[in-house]
Design a protein around this ligand. Structure first.
Ligand code: ADP
Length: 497
């Protein structure tokens, strides 16, 4: 209890308590008796303080030359690199992912920092000829203002970095609300931002619940943009409120990703991909593989081998180097996954392996669920359509490539997708016809790199893409500038006709 980290809010360059003295807890999901951190239950009053500070800081931050802003981002990258192991260990304790993956999560933040630091010397606009003589036309990116970043717990360093670093290099200021399950990771990240020497008010951190802090950010008249990653239900609410309050909004929501395995695929490769896609991060990734569309000719063999490999996966604390699959993040997720298994049973799916909360002396205080494979799943079942966010994968048999494409598209979501085939024609058809923001050929559904656009179609997103140069489109507006050096009034569409 005494070792628990005491998280504070960070507002206008100061670490401070919330107005209310209520504190919330973050516990180790591998052993819920271990208290990892306590954090303030902030309210609309604390949010207001942070937004006021961000608005004030914006006045000067927007005019700092982008290459100078980028120097802070570069420094953040260097500090993240220095603290990588410490951050990864904290993450593993706080939200359960295995250490190798936690290191990957931090590395994504580091990659992001170095990528957006470089962007400080680009942020390109365009010049184009004017239709009139002695007139110059150009476009430039301008920052938007105060950005609220509302993030989930499954990538507690990578996702905030994806949002904060492009936002900052573009000249915005931010108010960050981390998820309730990962306040200590959020705090350590902002400690690094503070150490990088960002001016007071440029970055602010407000802890608390979605209902209080999240909502207050959405309603605050001085927040210009909301960047949200989380569930589709919450995202819909965020979008609705931002529509009403005239905010820019970028939404990254759920997925129901599938991997197709055709009869001509390299089955060893496809098997490895399926295991990593389905059970990596305990299935708690928005890009996790939750459906396997298996061609009838290879289904029996593939299934036998998949079950065999799955039976070898070792459950345990993410901090233990022998662990393959860590716990679910909290009791709510454990119940949600258990409820989906009940739904699967009632719908007539067959459980080939797993299907239960994991028992055992070492697991009893954690939120462990057995890696689970469901067979005889049909595309209309709820388990084939809804996001489960746990170590559960559904097998669906397909008779042809055309049928596989039809089924892969038959969900409300469209984030990631994967096809294993040796046929180049099928590969290109898949790239063209799959309705998803991301398609992997001969790779699993997970594995995004920071310099490429990330996001999805249909109910996964609202048309934006994070990461890469596309994130700049989220965090800037275009300004069009005409410079007339003719010394006279020149009327477009009129005087040149
Ligand atoms: P999860 O908690 O499963 O990641 P959520 O979509 O519920 O998914 O939460 C994602 C983020 O959105 C979290 O930081 C959460 O606190 C926040 N949040 C939850 N509800 C709301 C809401 N009504 N308004 C704004 N933010 C919210």
């Amino acid at each position: 209890m005494t070792n628990a980290i005491k998280c504070l809010n960070y507002i206008d360059g100061n670490w401070i308590s919330a107005r209310s003295h209520d504190r919330l807890e973050s516990r180790n999901p591998a052993n819920s008796q271990e208290l990892v951190a306590t954090f303030p239950r902030s309210s609309a009053t604390d949010v207001d303080k942070a937004v006021v500070a961000a608005r004030q800081a914006y006045k000067s931050w927007r005019t700092v030359p982008a290459p100078q802003r980028a120097e802070y981002i570069q420094r953040i990258g260097e500090l993240l690199l220095q603290e990588k192991e410490k951050l990864a260990r904290l993450m593993s304790r706080e939200m359960g992912k295995v250490l190798t993956e936690a290191r990957g999560d931090v590395q994504e933040g580091i990659d992001c920092a170095f990528y957006y630091a470089g962007e400080g010397r680009r942020l390109f606009g365009q010049t184009t000829p004017s239709e009139l003589g002695n007139k110059f036309a150009m476009t430039m990116r301008v920052p938007i203002g105060v950005c609220a970043l509302i993030t989930p717990w499954n990538f507690p360093i990578a996702i905030p970095c994806w949002k904060a670093l492009p936002a900052l290099v573009c000249g915005n200021t931010i108010v960050f609300k981390p998820a309730k399950d990962t306040p200590a990771c959020g705090t350590m990240l902002i400690e690094i931002f503070a150490e990088a020497g960002l001016p007071a008010g440029v970055v602010n951190l407000v802890h608390g619940s979605g209902k209080e802090v999240g909502r207050a950010l959405l309603e605050h008249p001085d927040v210009d943009l909301v960047s949200f990653t989380g569930s589709s239900t919450t995202g819909a609410e965020v979008g609705e409120t931002c529509g009403r309050t005239h905010k820019r909004v970028c939404l990254e929501m759920g997925g129901k990703n599938a991997q197709i395995v055709m009869e001509d695929a390299d089955l060893d490769l496809a098997l490895e991909g399926a295991l990593w896609g389905a059970f990596g991060t305990t299935g708690q990734r928005c890009t996790a593989t939750s459906r396997l569309l298996l061609h009838k000719e290879i289904k029996a063999e593939f299934t036998t081998r998949l079950v065999e490999q799955t039976s070898k996966l070792r459950l345990g604390a993410g901090t233990d180097s022998n662990t393959d699959v860590g716990p679910l993040v909290n009791s709510t997720q454990l119940k949600r996954v258990s409820d989906y298994l009940e739904i699967a049973r009632n719908e007539g799916a067959k459980i080939l392996i797993g299907g239960q909360v994991a028992r055992g002396e070492e697991l009893k205080n954690g939120y462990f669920f057995q890696p689970t494979i469901l067979d005889d799943v049909t595309p209309d079942m709820r388990v084939a359509r809804e996001e489960i966010f746990g170590p559960v994968v559904s097998l669906i048999e397909v008779n042809s490539f055309a049928e596989a494409i039809e089924i892969i598209n038959d969900t409300p979501y469209g984030l990631s997708s994967s096809v294993y085939t040796r046929d180049v024609n099928r590969a290109f058809q898949a790239m063209r016809d799959i309705e998803a923001g991301i398609t992997y050929i001969n790779g699993p559904t997970i594995g995004a790199e920071v310099h490429l656009p990330f996001g999805g179609v249909k109910q996964t997103g609202n048309g934006h893409r994070e990461a890469g140069s596309t994130a700049l489109d989220v965090f800037t507006e275009w300004k069009t500038v005409y410079v007339d050096f003719s010394g006279k009034l020149q009327r477009a569409q009129i005087d040149n006709r």
